[in-house]
Design a protein around this ligand. Structure first.
Ligand code: PLP
Length: 378
């Protein structure tokens, strides 16, 4: 038999994607599934026609990203976080933030070094760190920054700061972020800021970006993406902002891994950046409101969600159900044709929770799905 590297022995499939693959298969077979497992928001946005793009759009492009898109992204970052970015050297366009995060970890982490991640945590952090031969270290998400400080060892290399947070929707306060920066300075740590939900915050509660407190980019690497904030997850466009030396290291990885982000979509996005953003922003506002109403729907049935007001996710507790989160998600899909992600995917401490997305179904179907969850808990 073909022998495989041991690298993947401890790595599992991304549980949310695995669950959604099941949904795609069921739907292809004609089933009607209420899908609360998708990590994307379905927005109405203008779509490209291929013939409006010039011939360059069909070719490879600069491995840092199409120039005009880098310029637009640098300006967007400056407007939203107050930190200037040089489009020629401090930003690289990537294939989604997932590749930005992975390349960043590859560029920073030596084998055996530790990366601290608040738990619950997005499903890929653990495995990406392991793929880099690093060691993920979980810290409870609802603890203080001092709890995190207590986990810092001489082997600690980085902290992943997912803000706003998937799956709880929690936002970090400016004071917490400032304290993280102090720790980063003191211990020579990198702060890897995953800000893919940066637009999904309530109107009156803007979210401070991690990089805002480190304008010189001395230890902050910001990873963001068009997947959620621009509603174009399938285009696979993300970006990373960091100091120049790290960007040139990341560019080497990009050249060897994918050459460049999808040129054609980058061209289209660059040309239509403001139009797409103007179309998604009001839809995002409505979705953040929808999230709040769905949290109330859970509460009205006596089901508590972990506190948070941002993103388009809820993390409800399984309460008195005797099922594990994986059994619960399986049973919910089998019996009610409602798809959610088992909490266990977000960390060992999360087996009493489910991850529910309100991004991809209309309100009446969301409510049906939520009532099915509450019925099964009861
Ligand atoms: N980071 C977080 C917290 C996410 O939830 C996701 C997707 O679900 C990603 C990163 C990756 O998204 P993408 O690669 O589409 O930018």
């Amino acid at each position: 038999p073909l022998r495989h590297s041991t690298l993947l022995d401890d790595v599992s499939q991304a549980a949310s994607i695995k669950q959604n693959n099941r949904v795609y298969e069921l739907k292809a077979a004609g089933a009607d599934v209420i899908t609360l497992s998708l990590g994307e928001a379905l927005f109405d946005i203008p779509m490209p026609t291929l013939d409006e793009l010039g011939p360059d759009a069909h070719r490879y492009s600069h491995s840092l990203g199409v120039q005009l898109l880098r310029e637009k992204l640098a300006k967007y970052h400056e407007q939203t976080s107050g930190t200037p970015v040089d489009p020629d050297g401090e930003i690289m366009v990537t294939a989604g933030s997932k590749s930005a995060l992975y390349m960043t970890l590859l560029a920073l982490v030596e084998p055996g070094q530790e990366v601290i991640v608040p738990e619950p945590m997005w499903v890929s952090y653990h495995d990406q760190v392991r793929l880099c031969r690093g060691v993920p270290v979980a810290v409870p998400w609802d603890g203080t920054v001092e709890d995190l400080a207590a986990l810092i060892t001489p082997r600690t290399r980085a902290v992943i700061v997912n803000n706003p947070h998937n799956p709880t929707g929690r936002r970090m306060s400016a004071a917490e972020l400032l304290r993280l920066h102090e720790l980063a300075d003191e211990h020579g740590l990198a702060l890897i800021a995953d800000e893919v939900y940066s637009e999904f915050v309530p109107d009156d509660a803007p979210c401070a970006g991690t990089g805002t407190f480190d304008p010189g980019k001395e230890h902050t690497i910001v990873c963001n993406s068009m997947s959620k904030n621009f509603g174009i997850s399938g285009w696979r466009i993300g970006y990373v902002i960091a100091e120049r030396q790290l960007i040139s290291q990341l560019m080497k990885l990009q050249q060897h891994m994918i050459t460049c982000a999808p040129t054609i979509l980058c061209h289209y996005l660059a040309e239509n950046f403001e139009t797409v953003l103007a179309r998604t922003r009001p839809q995002i506002r409505r979705m953040v409101g929808l999230r709040a109403r769905m949290a109330e729907a859970f509460a009205a049935r006596g089901v508590a969600c972990l506190p948070g007001d941002s993103t388009f996710y809820l993390f409800p507790s399984l309460g008195s159900s005797r099922l594990s989160s994986t059994e619960f998600a399986d049973e919910l899909l089998r019996r009610y044709r409602v798809s959610v992600v088992a909490g266990l995917a977000y960390g060992q401490s999360c087996d009493r929770f489910l991850r529910v997305s309100v991004g991809a179904e209309p309100e009446d179907r969301l409510l049906r799905g939520i009532h099915a969850i509450c019925d099964l808990i009861e």
